[in-house]
Design a protein around this ligand. Structure first.
Ligand SMILES: *Cc1c(COP(=O)(O)O)cnc(C)c1O
Length: 221
């Protein structure tokens, strides 16, 4: 077995064990493979092992991979600038880092013009770290949801977050906010949280998706 195959098996085993330990079905947790800084060849190898969805942090690099591998789904998990909105909408299946109304208001007419549909996630920052990694604070959610306006071209999938390392309450805080907002909106919202080092805690708190880079592809160059 290749290194990649072994690592994938180890991650699936971790997900399985974490789910069993809290009474969840292992299929209830999606694995998003984070391929930033890894080559098209490595993504192709991962696809051959059955992975279909890949997270990319940079619009340009992600678009290049999406063009090279048109059968796979690429998802933007890094910051989106307004001037990259067009290539992002054309190449990514989902945009996970929506964090301000201006971005939603830029994407909506553009999605109409390009005749595309793209799932969007709100990236949350409940811990005041937005200057580093982006993210919408809790009090910013209403305006952002309002700006999206339940546009059928940009369906809201859920909340994504990168909590500060070691902050054990963060995942539960996010899970609670998901509950609140899905009741308020009247449709289900998914949660994407948990990475190589903390996927077990995220699963225990109820995440629907973990985003795994290092534990799958190895250290980034
Ligand atoms: C890089 C990255 C990941 C993957 O992190 P690992 O610790 O390598 O698993 C997940 N989510 C986002 C937003 C990232 O930028």
């Amino acid at each position: 077995m290749s290194d990649l195959a072994l690592r994938l098996e180890a991650i699936r085993e971790r997900i399985h064990r974490a789910c069993v330990s809290c009474g969840r079905a292992p299929e209830s947790v999606d694995l998003l493979a984070v391929s930033k800084f890894h080559s098209v060849e490595q993504v192709r190898e991962a696809a051959a092992l059955g992975l279909r969805a890949f997270g990319e942090n940079y619009v340009q690099a992600g678009c290049a991979k999406a063009e090279a591998l048109p059968d796979l789904n690429f998802v933007l998990i890094g910051p989106l600038q307004r001037n990259k909105a067009k290539p992002a909408l054309l190449h990514f299946r989902e945009l996970m880092t929506l964090d301000r109304p201006e971005l939603a208001l830029r994407l909506r007419p553009l999605a109409e013009e390009l005749n595309v549909r793209c799932g969007v996630w709100i990236q949350l920052d409940l811990w005041g770290e937005a200057t580093k990694i982006g993210g919408c604070p809790e009090e910013g959610i209403p305006a952002l949801v309002g700006a999206l306006g339940q546009d059928p071209r940009l369906p809201l999938q859920g909340f994504m977050a990168i909590p500060p390392p070691g902050m054990d309450t963060a995942f539960l805080q996010l899970a609670k906010l998901r509950e609140t907002w899905q009741q308020r909106l009247g449709f289900p919202l998914r949660l994407s949280m948990g990475m190589s080092d903390d996927l077990e805690k995220a699963i225990l708190a109820g995440t629907d998706q973990v985003r795994i880079g290092t534990a799958l592809f190895g250290e980034r160059a």
